[in-house]
Design a protein around this ligand. Structure first.
Ligand SMILES: [Zn+2]
Length: 172
């Protein structure tokens, strides 16, 4: 049973929520300007969705963080880093794939997309993915992942490959 709050405590809570809401509204404005910038750079709608909702991004409390069957990391020349976490079943099929990154929008978008592509694939298939596959997946007409972010895409692909390599090195 929840304990009862006094009127003052309730008012205080309301004020806190109101402040939080204002902050979220301001964050939304920031996000909208980032999205507008990426659109201008040529991002497709699909690429924007991956970037915006961080599909497959590993959250702090995700059980995969502790029980992944393989973890692989890759750092690009630009300093962007992507870590990939894989859950692999006994047939060598990737059940789940998630990532973390401190990288730019290109790295975030590519890592989200490659994790999505890897799910349901065998390790063998996943290892064969190239940056080209991700770029094709993000392409919608003349839009997609901007050319100057192709290297960041390579980092995401390298991270997945490194995770599969480590899994095999430790003998499954
Ligand atoms: Zn980058």
């Amino acid at each position: 049973m929840s304990e009862e709050l006094s009127r003052e405590e309730l008012m205080e809570k309301l004020r806190e929520y109101e402040e939080e809401l204002q902050e979220l509204r301001r964050l939304k404005l920031v996000e909208q300007s980032v999205i507008a910038g990426l659109k201008e750079e040529g991002f497709s709608d699909r690429a924007l969705r991956y970037f915006r909702y961080r599909k497959n991004f590993l959250l702090e409390d995700d059980p995969l963080k502790e029980n992944a069957d393989a973890v692989g990391g890759f750092t690009g020349a630009c300093g962007d880093h992507v870590d990939t976490y894989l859950k692999i079943d006994e047939r060598g099929v990737i059940e789940d794939a998630k990532y973390t990154t401190d990288g730019c929008p290109g790295a975030v978008t590519s890592a989200s997309a490659i994790a999505e592509l890897a799910k349901g694939k065998t390790l063998e298939e996943a290892r064969k993915f190239t940056a080209r596959d991700v770029i094709e997946h993000l392409k919608e007409g003349p839009r997609g992942l901007p050319r100057h972010m192709y290297d960041c895409c390579g980092i995401a692909v390298g991270s997945l490959r490194e995770a599969t390599r480590r899994y095999e090195r430790k003998g499954g």
